[in-house]
Ligand binder design. Structure first.
Ligand code: GLN
Length: 277
């Protein structure tokens, strides 16, 4: 049998600069133990079935499969979320949008919709932080809604409702205090689509036409009719799209249009307030 130490040493050739961390995450996943175990028991012998599974995951990782797909989970806003190939893998960049939403002066019982919820990351973070809010998590993908639904159940959240729809189409008459979205915003010809995790994520969650703004345009056009006067629309977008998104928002009549920077220093989200109808 091989030891914890030997198995971790077998991962030095993982791609990227987080080889050690990734090997620890994968080994913990196979052992069903916390990372402290690896440090406390480096000489512990690992069952053949578990070490074999770990070596298979290392192989898949070397071939580029996202770490989150190999473990089936990713942490977002300190919630452990299930993910699979049907959803975007939640990114820390998106916590900027959550933080912003929580800072808005909204009513205690606000109604909120997350457009293109994917794994449910934004909707579930908001529902956790604001138990009084009624959060609608929308997605066009039935498979994604299944993932979001199982995350909502796991977190025992009762203020989240899932609904299959194409952005806001079919929601006529509904009025929200806040709309949030991390829509697809990558230009269809962008070279990044053939690199890293993006190769394994659904195109429908990433690509948005030649300039990457197709989904953002639809959302900004549909949003005013679905917002109460004074309601907010917050959108994540690409690092170089803030100006274009701010223009879309102003042209659609939004006020107090501003942008926010993510943890990596990129201007990552823009939003505005719906004026009185
Ligand atoms: N932030 C992701 C990336 O550039 C893209 C997410 C999206 O298109 N919504 O890797």
């Amino acid at each position: 049998m091989v030891s914890v130490r030997q198995l971790l040493a077998a991962a030095v050739d993982l791609p990227g600069d987080s080889a050690r961390l990734e090997s620890e995450v994968l080994l913990c996943h196979c052992l069903g133990k916390p990372r402290s175990y690896l440090y406390g028991w480096p000489e512990a012998e690992v069952e053949p079935g578990q070490s074999q599974r770990y070596l298979e995951l290392l192989r898949a990782r070397r071939q580029g499969r996202p770490l989150a797909h190999l473990t089936g989970e990713r942490e977002f806003w300190s919630l452990s979320l299930q993910v699979n190939e049907h959803t975007l893998i939640p990114r820390p960049d998106t916590e900027t949008l959550v933080q912003w939403a929580l800072e808005l002066p909204l009513p205690e019982r606000a109604t909120v919709a997350d457009l293109g919820t994917g794994s449910g990351a934004i909707a579930l973070a908001l529902a956790t932080e604001r138990p009084g809010w009624e959060v609608l998590a929308l997605d066009y993908s039935a498979e994604a809604l299944q993932v979001a639904g199982s995350n909502a159940a796991q977190l025992q959240l009762h203020n989240v409702t899932l609904l299959r729809c194409n952005w806001l189409a079919g929601l006529a008459g509904e009025q929200f205090d806040l709309l949030v979205s991390n829509p697809p915003y990558i230009a269809s010809g962008d070279v990044h689509l053939s690199e890293g995790d993006l190769r394994f994520e659904p195109a429908s969650a990433l690509r948005a036409g030649v300039d990457g703004l197709d989904a953002l345009r639809i959302i900004v056009a549909q949003a005013p009719a679905a917002l109460r006067a004074g309601g907010w629309l917050l959108l994540e977008h690409g690092y170089d799209q803030a100006e274009a998104v701010q223009t879309l928002l102003r042209d659609a009549g939004f006020e107090a249009v501003t942008s926010r920077v993510d943890l990596a220093g990129q201007v990552r989200a823009s939003g505005g307030q719906c004026r009185a109808h």
